[in-house]
Design a protein around this ligand. Structure first.
Ligand SMILES: C[S@@+](CC[C@H](N)C(=O)[O-])C[C@H]1O[C@@H](n2cnc3c(N)ncnc32)[C@H](O)[C@@H]1O
Length: 328
């Protein structure tokens, strides 16, 4: 299924370890992993219990505003949607590794209003897509726009395997994709581990990392104000991320591309002070983990700044005119 550097060919991973239960919020998974000495949290900083309950950290995704805010890509026509996605390093990893016409099941975790599904239909129509999200309002919008699509509502209390079972979806897709979801978890390492065990061939993600300083796992100290409430915004130490993956799937090949950007101080984020400093080297980070590979254990880490999308001229003129009209 993957290009010559990867060469996966559809054989299965063992049973989805760590993907069977999560009451309440992955505690069982973590404890069993730690007992075996390979837990995602082993060696990670200890976690202060948050003052909000777990359910409260996830409540604001149900806001109607979310399904509007995250639907901005719906305003892009096909050409510009492709240009938008293809500036991103995670999509670059996908395109570098995927073979053009091999059928494949892809699960998107945190699909919001379904625009990635539209992108796939344009560029990779051979991919069978299924999207999960905890936001009922976002899934309603996705279904409304794309009635043929497979979109399902999940819950942060359910493991991925349980959610898929509930909806009658095959529990082990070849590829799991998740963009900008991991850093919004109260337990991001466990969430990452769960996805690693839910794919047979590859996991491609976009998350937030820092090169310097440990992960602050307390969402009270690392969060974002969105839709009139707070949600976790956890910037993971890049070495802790790599160690977690190597512990969970030692046979995996890792590709990590960093787009450095100072994460602190933007878009209502309340982050540890050092995330406001360039020397902390915070990044929007794309990660590919390839489980069927000719290069098991190989780690490639590179810095790749992502360009701004170059939209078509007609789109730019339209955007400019609309903005002017709104201001007048
Ligand atoms: C920042 S948005 C990103 C949406 C989309 N992936 C994108 O990049 O445009 C995060 C999405 O993840 C969803 N989400 C958060 N935690 C989740 C979880 N544990 N399982 C599934 N979806 C989750 C939210 O409801 C929201 O739609």
């Amino acid at each position: 299924m993957w290009s010559p550097t990867g060469q996966a060919c559809g054989t299965s991973n063992p049973a989805p370890m760590g993907a069977t239960s999560r009451p309440p919020n992955r505690l069982c998974t973590v404890m069993s992993s730690m007992a075996e000495g390979r837990g995602a949290m082993a060696g990670s900083p200890s976690r202060t219990p948050p003052t909000l309950t777990d359910a409260q950290w996830y409540a604001d995704w149900q806001s109607q505003a979310h399904s509007v805010h995250f639907d901005s890509r719906a305003g892009l026509d096909s050409r510009n949607l492709v240009r938008n996605y293809e500036c991103l390093n995670d999509i670059r990893i996908l395109s570098e590794r995927i073979l053009p016409s091999q059928p494949l099941n892809l699960l998107e975790v945190g699909c919001a209003t379904g625009e990635f599904c539209r992108y796939l239909r344009i560029r990779y129509p051979h991919i069978a897509y299924c999207g999960l999200d905890i936001s009922q309002t976002a899934i309603d919008r996705a279904r409304q726009k794309y009635p043929q699509g497979r979109f399902f509502v999940s819950s942060p209390d359910l493991s991925l395997a349980e959610s898929l079972k509930q909806w009658g979806v095959h529990p082990l897709p070849e590829l799991v994709y998740s963009k900008d979801v991991v850093h919004h978890q109260t337990q991001p390492f466990e969430f990452l581990a769960e996805m690693l065990h839910c794919a047979t061939d590859a996991v491609i993600l976009r998350l937030r990392t820092r090169d310097v300083g440990p992960t602050e796992l307390d969402p009270e100290k690392s969060c974002q104000y969105h839709y009139h409430g707070w949600m976790p915004y956890i910037v993971m130490n890049v070495d802790e991320v790599l160690s977690c993956i190597q512990r969970e799937v030692p046979q995996g090949e890792i590709v990590l591309y960093r787009h450095y950007t100072v994460l602190g101080g933007r878009v209502n984020r309340f982050l540890p002070k050092d995330c406001y400093l360039p020397e902390t080297k915070t990044a929007e980070t794309a990660l590919g983990v390839f489980l069927n590979t000719k290069q098991p254990g190989r780690v490639t880490v590179a810095n790749r700044q992502e360009p701004e999308p170059r939209y078509t001229l007609d789109y730019r003129i339209r955007y400019f005119t609309t903005t002017l009209l709104r201001r007048s």
